[in-house]
Design a protein around this ligand. Sequence first.
Ligand code: SF4
Length: 310
Amino acid sequence: MEEPRPTLAQLKEQPHHSYTALNSYINICQLLYYYRYIEKAEAERTPVALPFGTAFHSVLSEQAQAAKTGNLLTADEMTEAFATYFQANCKDAANIVFKRDENIEDQIATAKRMFEAVNREWIDYWNIQSVAEPFKVEMPGLSKPIIGELDMVVSEQTPFDDEKTGPLDTVVDFKTAARMWSDDKAAKDLQATVFSYAFEKVHGRSPSFRFDVVTKAKAPTVKRFHTSRDDGHYRRLEKLLATADKGIQAGVFLPNETSFACSDCPYADRCSSWHRDASRTASIPADASSQPDATNQPDTNHPEKDKEAA
Ligand code: SF4
């Protein structure tokens, strides 16, 4: 009998990298990475977009599970589930910060409009192969494996598609965004490369990738963005991540003061005095690189991603 796959929570117990953490190091801010993933410092502030995104993502995962069995939760049912997750997440978050004129009720009403838009556009039922599929893959040059979770894997071939033109496996990732993505964003997205690489390593088949993006707006819209990766992307990814890993091991954690993440940074106060305390980021504490790190939450669970989404 096939061994049950470890859950994401079990995978997180061992030392690992995650897409979100590596993306933070490579594309957002190395110093932010240091505070969050090496020091694991408590956030000075948590933008409300963080618990919002986490709760929204949890409900979409429930919707995908329901759709897999031919059902669909109503927007009201989704909103009720969202409110429970959201309020619990807000309670757990350190120093939660709302924008001016925002409150919990407004956020729940926004989520409801977004769920209505999601349901109007929902297309996957019988073709859903897996939901919240955890993975762990090794990569040349990395000191730790990469772990993560694929939101949903679907087949985009229909049984009526005689010519079998659609891709067999499509990895789907749910995203919230303040405004709709540009058409070229998916082609450059690091997550699509990491998750396609992981899928191919685990399943031995090359997938296509789809982002399902819903805007957090008064009149939310949903759009699907398709992209794909090949061996050239994978070799470049291996070099990129191995180089980032070396930088982390060497204790290179520079602030990126032009990062979009600065305005909502959970460590802005500490960062402002970083130059007076630079020795703290000149090297990794002796045991830090061998510690399990809690780096793989759904990406809507991270302020830097939520900044993108807010
Ligand atoms: S304030 Fe900006 S530069 Fe400083 S840690 Fe945060 S994101 Fe990095």
